[in-house]
Design a protein around this ligand. Structure first.
Ligand SMILES: CC(=O)SCCNC(=O)CCNC(=O)[C@H](O)C(C)(C)COP(=O)(O)OP(=O)(O)OC[C@H]1O[C@@H](n2cnc3c(N)ncnc32)[C@H](O)[C@@H]1OP(=O)(O)O
Ligand SMILES: CC(C)C(=O)C(=O)O
Length: 520
C-alpha cells in the first residue's frame, strides 16, 4: 500500500520568531533555512514579508538560497501584505503565499470589526490576488478552533473556488482537545474531499499541540504546521520533532502516512535553533531535551545496561544525537576535522566563513582545554551575526573591592582603526564597564536585561552573555550577545554588540521592533 505524504510546514522562522526574545537576524535566518532544508521540511515559512524591511529582506534571501523546500511568506488578507509576500518569495523555485483572516465570532467582531460576509469577500479577494503571484496559495481561518462549523464551510468553499490549494485550520489559542480536533477535521475532510489539502496549526496553551496535530492526521489532515523545539507565540506551537518521531515510532498506528524528514537532522537542528535564539528546550522536553536519553535511577540504569530498549523507545542516533561521537577537537585539530564536525552540528559555511571560524577556534583551543559541541555552536552562531563592528573591544581592566568603588578601564577600537582608552566608575563592575563604553562612544544605553550562562562544562567553560539595551527612550531595546571565557569580557562584548547593532540599524529601528547584535 503506498503511503500518503504528510506535508511538514515549518514555521520556526515566522511563528517561532514570535516567541518573546527569539528574534533572529537575516544571516541567522538563512543558516536556519538551510538546515531546515537539510532536515527535509516540505515548506519553510520564512517570515511575514510586510512586517518589516528586515523580514522582507530575510525572506528574499532565503528564497534565493533554498532549492528543495517551498519558501512561504505569511500575509494578512490585504493587498499590500500579499504584494510584499509575492515580491519577497519571487526568486524561490518553489514558492507559496499563505494568507489568513480570522473566522471566529470574537475575532471578527472585536479585532477585525467586520461582518462575516465582509470576511468571506476579503478572503476570496486575497486568495485571488495571491494567485496572480503564485500557483501555490494557502488560506488560514485564524482562530478556527473557536469558529462555527457552518461559517467555516462557507469560507472554505469560497476560498477553494478562488484558488487556495491548502486550507489551514488553526487552533490559534490552543483551546481544543484531541477528540474535538479529530471530530472537526473528520467533518471538514468529508466536506472538502480532495479539493484541497487540509492543514492544522496547533498552539500549545494547554500542552496539547502535538496530541491535537496527531489527532488531525488520523482524521485526514495532510499538512501539519510546527516549529523546532515547539517555539512560537505564547506557549508555542506543536514541536516538529515530537510529531515526526511520534509518527515514526508509532508507525503501527500511522501505517498509511509518511514524512520526508531525515530524522538524523533533528538534534542538530534543535541545537542550532537553541544556540541562535538563546532559548534552550526545557531539560525534560521530549525528543531533544538534555534529559531525554538520560537514565538516572539504578533500576533504569541496570535495565539499560542489559538492553537499551528496556527504557529507550528509540535510539538517540535516530535523531542524530551521536552518543558515541569519538571525534575530539582540540588545539591540534585541522580544518578537515573542524569542517566535518561543524557539518555534523548542522552548519554549512563557505570557505571564507570556515577560515574565520577555524582561526577563532584555534584561539579558543589555546585558552580552553576541552572544546565541547556547545562551544563550537556558540562560536559559529556568534560569527554569523553579520552586523558591522563599528566598535570592537580591545582590552578591559577591572578594579573591585568590598566597600570600594568599582571601576573599569576600557580600550575599544573604532572601525577607522583608532583606539580609545578611558576609565570610569559605576554601581558595580558591569555598570562601570557599560558606563565607560558610553563615555567613549557618546551613546547612552539603558540596560533592560542581562543574562549570563555557561555554554559548556568545566571551570574554563565559555560564558555567553545576552543583554537588552535601549539607546533611546522612544525606541525598543536592542539585543547583543558576547562570548568569552571571561564573564566581564563577554559582558563588554555583548554591550558593544547591542551598540553596533543599534548603530547599523539606527535608520531602520523605527520600523523594526528588535535587532540582534553579537560580538565575539
Ligand atoms: C495568529 C498569528 O500569529 S497572525 C501573525 C502575527 N504576527 C505578527 O503580527 C507579526 C508581524 N506584525 C507586524 O509587524 C504588524 O502587526 C503589522 C506590520 C503586520 C501591522 O502593523 P499595523 O499596521 O501597525 O497594525 P497593528 O498591528 O496595530 O494592527 C493590526 C491591523 O491588522 C488588521 N488585521 C489583523 N489580521 C488581519 C488579516 N488577517 N487581514 C486583514 N487585516 C487584518 C487588524 O484588524 C488591525 O487593523 P486596524 O489597524 O484597522 O484595527
Ligand atoms: C496565521 C495563523 C496560521 C496562525 O499563526 C495562527 O492562527 O496561530
Amino acid at each position: 500500500m503506498s503511503k500518503e505524504h504528510i506535508v511538514i510546514f515549518d514555521t520556526t522562522l515566522r511563528d517561532g520568531e514570535q516567541s518573546p526574545g527569539a528574534s533572529m537576524n537575516t544571516e541567522e535566518k538563512i543558516q536556519i533555512a538551510s538546515q531546515l532544508e537539510k532536515l527535509g521540511v516540505d515548506v519553510i515559512e520564512a517570515g511575514f514579508a510586510a512586517a518589516s524591511p528586515g523580514d522582507f529582506d530575510a525572506i528574499a534571501r532565503i528564497a534565493q538560497r533554498v532549492k528543495n523546500s517551498t519558501v512561504c511568506s505569511l500575509a494578512r488578507a490585504l493587498e499590500k501584505d500579499i504584494k510584499a509576500a509575492g515580491d519577497a518569495i519571487a526568486a524561490a523555485p518553489k514558492k507559496r503565499i499563505h494568507t489568513f483572516i480570522a473566522t471566529s465570532p470574537i475575532h471578527m467582531e472585536y479585532k477585525l470589526r467586520m461582518k462575516p460576509d465582509e470576511v468571506i469577500k476579503r478572503a476570496v479577494e486575497a486568495v485571488q490576488y495571491a494567485r496572480t503571484f503564485v500557483d501555490d496559495v494557502e488560506f488560514s481561518l485564524e482562530d478556527a478552533g473557536r469558529s462555527e462549523m457552518g461559517f467555516m464551510k462557507e469560507i472554505i468553499d469560497a476560498t477553494i473556488s478562488a484558488g487556495a490549494g491548502t486550507i489551514n485550520i488553526p487552533d490559534t489559542v490552543g483551546i481544543l482537545l484531541p477528540q474535538e480536533v479529530a471530530e472537526r477535521i473528520a467533518e471538514l475532510k468529508a466536506f472538502i474531499g480532495n479539493r484541497a489539502i487540509i492543514s492544522v496549526h496547533n498552539h500549545n496553551d494547554l500542552g496539547l499541540a502535538v496530541a491535537n496535530s496527531l489527532a488531525a492526521i488520523q482524521s485526514g489532515a495532510r499538512q501539519v504546521e510546527c516549529t523546532i523545539n515547539g517555539l512560537g507565540e505564547r506557549a508555542g506551537n506543536a514541536a516538529l520533532e515530537e510529531i515526526v518521531m511520534a509518527l515514526k515510532v508509532r508507525s503501527d498506528v500511522f501505517d498509511n502516512v509518511e514524512t520526508g524528514i531525515n530524522t538524523r537532522e533533528i538534534y542538530p537542528t534543535s541545537r542550532l535553533i537553541a544556540s541562535i535564539t538563546g532559548i534552550e528546550p526545557q531539560p525534560n522536553k521530549a525528543i531533544v531535551g538534555k534529559n531525554a536519553f538520560a537514565h538516572e535511577s539504578g533500576i533504569h540504569q541496570d535495565g539499560v545496561l542489559k538492553n537499551k530498549q528496556t527504557y529507550e523507545i528509540f535510539a538517540p542516533e535516530e535523531i542524530g544525537l551521536d552518543v558515541n561521537d569519538t571525534l575530539v577537537l582540540g588545539k591540534h585539530s585541522g580544518r578537515a576535522a573542524f569542517k566535518d564536525k561543524l557539518e555534523k552540528l548542522g552548519f554549512t559555511l563557505d570557505e571564507e566563513e570556515l577560515n574565520e571560524a577555524f582561526a577563532r577556534f584555534k584561539e579558543l583551543a589555546d585558552k580552553k582545554k576541552d572544546i565541547y559541541d556547545d562551544d563550537l555552536r556558540a562560536l559559529v552562531t556568534s560569527q554569523m551575526t553579520n552586523i558591522e563592528k563599528t566598535w570592537e573591544l580591545v582590552a578591559l581592566q577591572l578594579m573591585d573591592s568590598t566597600g570600594g568603588v568599582p571601576s573599569a578601564a576600557v580600550t575599544i577600537r573604532k572601525n577607522d582603526g583608532s583606539e580609545v582608552t578611558d576609565a570610569g566608575i559605576g554601581d558595580g563592575t558591569i555598570d562601570a564597564v557599560f558606563k565607560t563604553i558610553d563615555r567613549i562612544t557618546g551613546y547612552h544605553g539603558l540596560l533592560k536585561d542581562y543574562k549570563v550562562k555557561s555554554v559548556s562544562q568545566g571551570k574554563d567553560a565559555l560564558a555567553s552573555v545576552t543583554v537588552q539595551v535601549a539607546f533611546n527612550d522612544n525606541e525598543p531595546a536592542v539585543i547583543g550577545h558576547g562570548l568569552s571565557i571571561d564573564t566581564m569580557f563577554a559582558s563588554a562584548k555583548a554591550y558593544l554588540g547591542a551598540l553596533n547593532s543599534y548603530i547599523s540599524m539606527e535608520g531602520m529601528l523605527k520600523k523594526r521592533p528588535q535587532g540582534s547584535g553579537c560580538n565575539v
